[in-house]
Design a protein around this ligand. Structure first.
Ligand code: TYD
Length: 232
């Protein structure tokens, strides 16, 4: 594994695919087996990147164009990698990251219509060699995912309906295009990427995720005294 002694796993997919529930379940399972686990997310995951997250998700940067947004996502990613992800991997931690570079390829690159060379250059600078050992892509039809995301947000807010964020507001065919783009990444990089059918039960999906991760654990040493860090 490229990130030894740690292990770096990213989780990708459209809105409402159930990534955060599955990350939580996987983290609990790994911790119960004595591994040191860090769960984190993008955009965000470090103080600097969390500051940029607000600018991006509120839509404050939208008027300045998708190129500006792409650079801001990359700035946040660079800080997150340097301050949090790489140091954790060096300590032998298993890092579970909710979205990473593939979200920029898909949201800003494919559906933002930015040139692949521009996205590739930003990616190279932002990840600076720290590429996930494994990327699990949660695949779900856009209409089902968006419906789930909306229900979840409303439930979290009580009786008041919640405004969708900058990216959730986009049209259904844009979300479908993103789904296709994630599948294409998986097709082109079969060694790094695995696709999970996210329409099935939470239990079945958790089983798939464990089956994907278990063979990767050989190179990771369980912590002497496991601790349970979470950055969100
Ligand atoms: P978040 O509330 O974290 O949503 P989710 O549960 O869908 O992960 O919002 C993150 C949003 O930012 C999401 O719509 C995807 C988008 N995004 C990008 O457009 N590019 C990126 O590089 C990343 C990391 C996220």
């Amino acid at each position: 594994m490229a990130n030894e002694p740690g292990l770096f796993i990213s989780f990708e997919g459209g809105e409402g695919a159930g990534k955060s529930t599955q990350i939580r379940r996987l983290a609990d399972w790994l911790r119960s087996r004595g591994f040191d686990v860090l769960t984190t997310r993008e955009p965000g995951g470090s103080p600097g990147a969390e500051a940029v997250r607000h600018v991006l998700l509120s839509g404050a940067a939208e008027n300045y164009g998708v190129r500006m947004e792409a650079v801001l996502f990359a700035a946040a990613r660079s800080d997150h990698v340097e301050q949090v992800i790489r140091p954790a991997l060096k300590r032998g931690v298993i890092v579970l990251c909710d979205r990473f570079m593939d979200s920029s390829r898909v949201y800003q690159g494919v559906t933002g219509n930015l040139e692949p060379e521009f996205i590739e250059s930003l990616e190279r600078v932002a990840v600076n060699g720290t590429v996930p050992d494994c990327t699990i892509i949660f695949d779900i039809p856009a209409s089902i995912g968006l419906e789930r995301a909306r229900k979840r947000a409303d439930a979290a807010a009580g009786s008041l309906p919640v405004e969708p964020d900058r990216f959730e507001r986009e049209k259904i065919d844009t979300h479908e295009k993103r789904r296709e783009a994630f599948l294409e990444i998986a097709y082109n990089e079969p060694e790094r990427c695995r696709v999970v059918d996210a329409q099935r039960s939470e239990e079945q999906i958790a089983g798939d995720v464990r089956d994907i991760v278990e063979p990767l654990l050989g190179a990771v040493t369980p912590a002497a005294a496991p601790h349970t860090e979470t950055v969100q």
